[in-house]
Write a protein that binds this ligand. Sequence first.
Ligand code: GDP
Length: 290
Amino acid sequence: MVLDDLGSSLRGTLNDLRGKSRIDEDDVGEVVKQIQRALLQADVEVGLVMELSDSIEQRALSEDPPAGTTARDHVLKIVYEELVELVGESTELPLEPQTIMLAGLQGSGKTTTAAKMAWWFSKKGLRPAVIQTDTFRPGAYDQAKQMCERAEVEFYGDPDGDDPVEIAREGMEATEDADVRIVDTAGRHALEEDLIDEIEEIEATVAPDVSLLVLDAAIGQGAKDQAREFERSVGIEGVVITKLDGTAKGGGALTAVNETDSSIAFLGTGETVKDIERFEPSGFISRLLG
Ligand code: GDP
């Protein structure tokens, strides 16, 4: 990691350590304070921030810098390693045939993400298809269809259908030639019982290899309940954080990652099909701290 990836105040603090041969408790305390401030502002849960601070403090004060490494560079390395530990590595998504199901509340960005992911897989040389099972939100069908046309990927949906499980079943049959099936599900405003029943039935029908929870970057600590509920009902292997082109930094989604013992798969950075990035720890860390 380069120093430029860190927020400016943290960068300044670390620069002040330049030339020091030993780093004392006050120095480490100052570094940790800056990190805490930035992460809390980015909506990272306080418990996670505390765990991270403790690890950095403990390591920075007990580990000796290897020969040839300055004390400051050693602290920088510890900070980076611990931040990577906090945000995790990206969710493994082999470039091979698979079925991916998207879960999340209405408005989180599922439909948009389904088309974006299909576009992403098509650029990797695979043949994706989107199956739209959201019969609850008016406009979901048209929106998904249009986005898939723009992404030039296969799309299955039924504008007149009212049974999402039936649509899922038909969609799996209709897209047999596709390599990567991305199944969009209905969200609701809250985690109602029937939403959970429905997604469980869709899961049983499409037997996804991977289920991803889609979260708006602005989610904050509301992520916890959602993550727990979806993890309990369908099992979550990864998280997609959308709307990172806005002001929210997405730290709340780390609560969901922690709760589901999963990792981050993709980031959404805009409204068009191309506005998707594979999650990568250092870029996300600089966003969190910046
Ligand atoms: P769903 O109800 O979960 O399927 O959510 P949608 O995919 O319909 O997204 C809800 C709104 O958020 C739509 O207006 C999308 O255009 C918008 N949206 C989704 N992802 C992003 C993103 O990464 N950035 C921005 N700026 N808007 C997004």
